[in-house]
Design a protein around this ligand. Sequence first.
Ligand SMILES: Cc1ncc(COP(=O)(O)O)c(C=O)c1O
Length: 394
Amino acid sequence: MPQQNDFSTRAIRQQQPRTAASEHSSPLFLTSSFVFPDARSMEDAFAGNSDANIYSRYSNPNTDELIGKICDMEGAEDGFAMASGMSAVFASMAAFLRSGDHVLASRAVFGSTHQILTELFPRWGISHTYVDPVDIGQWEAAIQPNTRMLVVESPSNPGLQLVDLEQAGALAEKHNLIFNVDNCFATPYLQRPGDYGAGLIVHSATKWMDGQGRVLGGLVVGRKSLIEELRFFCRHTGPAMSPFNAWVLSKSLETLSLRMERHCANALELAQFLEEQPAVERVHYPFLPSHPQYELAKRQMRLGGGIVAFELKGGIEAGRALLDGISWCSRSSNLGDSRTILTHPATTTHSKLSEAQRQASGISPGMVRVSVGLEGVEDIKGDIGQALKKAGGQ
Ligand SMILES: Cc1ncc(COP(=O)(O)O)c(C=O)c1O
């Protein structure tokens, strides 16, 4: 067969073997368990001597198809699909860490990841040290004899700070740390952490992978030996993704590259527009030359991503006013949707953090996060522009 090298071709054409019905599009396997023709084949499946499905908490043709696609996109050997991004983040750490272990983590990680590290893991004797995502020269000094894992997110939510994946991967290798990267903001279309030595790549599939705000989902893909350990953890703790969500997500991936191209083009244009607005103090977008890590962004990302963050001169009140001022763009906490969504982190997603913690994570009182949708960019600029005029008191 002629080769299928293109990202989109592979995302569209990979599917489970057709059933006797010769369906064109993949069917939905809504079944909790699977049957066996005889006792011996059932025994073999339980002994791990065959690939036969046993039970949908372990595997299912829909989740297998989704995992296969994402492994292919990330260049990963194996993976496991879970009910949400957070179950994937949690499993990617809890499956490997033991009491007495230490985690080195970028300070700019997602809020719930932060809660796992600071509130839950200490209960089980797992400690952590936060490091500045940008100042990688300081990381080595924070490594302890019991450090087992390096956890980073790039670009970060919502401050869009980047971690130099090549340098981080080299450090992890030197100190024999499991390198765990949350690649949710970039998606494998824009960035492949496995190329820099990440052994575990984590996704909230709820975001760009679904792309239309319909289902929750999460995945961990990576090195085979690590995923085997993760699979043991997941089989027995039960965070598996539902076959229905896997079916939706596998369909969604067929258009991932097309959607990301448009999200990124709209986001860059919106970021450039925002830089010219008098009410705006600062715009954060990896592919803007004003981003302090612009050169790094160009090196490790194909495009700048679909999220733009900006800081309003008027602080927290201006943030509230901007959210009130938008007309048809959405006020919501999700991201990665076909619809443009605005969030004011200081009063919502990050309101539980202290002002000092927010500052340390790069979140100012007047910061607004835009998940740039697929609508016409002139319309998006129009709605946010008129809200800015009201919020800036002009
Ligand atoms: C970077 C990142 N990781 C993980 C998550 C958690 O994903 P989920 O909401 O699917 O549990 C999110 C959610 O916003 C996120 O932005």
